[in-house]
Ligand binder design. Structure first.
Ligand code: PEP
Length: 251
């Protein structure tokens, strides 16, 4: 059985002290929640949020990491640094990394493999742009991102990978894919995972939806058979929005 998984990506919001105060508030309302819950603050707030989340059920995530363990990589953050701070999950291939910072499938794949080799879990983000959707290329794009992003990942390590389907046109825009539209892409993703690995591996995988998830659309999305959770951006920054999403009831 797949356990629903709600992740909050705080992006470049909140200083370390603001993040710690917010995490304390969320811990009070989400520790022991029935779904898996993860918070991904900015790098500079990881240590403070890690202290707040210690011994809780809430996972600490990072929003990115370098493709190398160490070395002359000015401005980058290594998997070893993340692990020491108590990070157990890293978001990789977010559309903002792909489209604003030029991250390629090859680079993202190197990061996925490094994270897994160090025992972290990875949330691999995939999704089409509006132009790609309008050109009827959704299947081709998500299948390519999946195949290249997971190249060289064993079936064993796959159990520590979560896929987040995030149509780029729905991120931060207030436009959400309808539950049916999202579910049909999630089905494409699950079928591709079955081709790449096995049906049982694909059936076990958590596939999150991301793109303007809010308290009023979460239940409809999560009611779909192939949608197992959400990667939440804007609505993860306010307690009154994130708590009801993270505690959604199955319809
Ligand atoms: C995201 O950044 O992953 C995201 C889904 O953002 P939002 O919820 O704001 O659309």
């Amino acid at each position: 059985m797949r356990i629903p998984y709600i992740a909050g990506n705080w992006k470049m919001h909140k200083t370390a002290s603001e993040a710690a105060a917010f995490a304390r508030e969320l811990r009070g309302q989400l520790d022991g929640a029935p779904h898996t819950v993860m918070l991904a603050p900015p790098f500079t707030a990881l240590a403070a949020v890690s202290d707040v989340l210690k011994d809780s059920s809430i996972l600490l995530g990072a929003q990115n990491m370098a493709a190398e363990e160490s070395g002359a990589h000015t401005g980058e953050v290594s998997v070893l640094m993340l692990k020491e701070l108590g990070v157990s999950v890293v978001i990789l291939g977010h559309s903002e990394r792909r489209h604003s910072y030029g991250e390629t499938d090859t680079l993202i794949n190197a990061k996925v493999k490094l994270a897994l080799a160090h025992g972290l879990s990875a949330i691999l983000c995939i999704g089409e742009t509006l132009d790609e959707r309008e050109a009827d290329r959704v299947t081709e794009v998500v299948e390519r991102q999946l195949e290249k992003g997971l190249a060289g990942v064993s079936q064993d390590a796959l159990s520590r990978v979560v896929i987040a389907y995030e149509p780029v046109w729905a991120i931060g825009t207030g436009k959400t894919a309808t539950p049916d539209d999202a579910d049909s892409v999630h089905r494409v993703i699950r079928n591709k995972l079955a081709d790449l690995y096995s049906k049982s591996a694909a059936d076990a995988m958590v596939i999150q939806y991301g793109g303007s998830v809010k308290p009023d659309n979460v239940v409809g999305l999560m009611a779909k058979p192939n949608i197992d959770g959400a990667l939440v951006g804007g609505a993860s920054l306010k307690t009154e929005l994130f708590v009801p999403i993270a505690r959604f009831d199955r319809a």
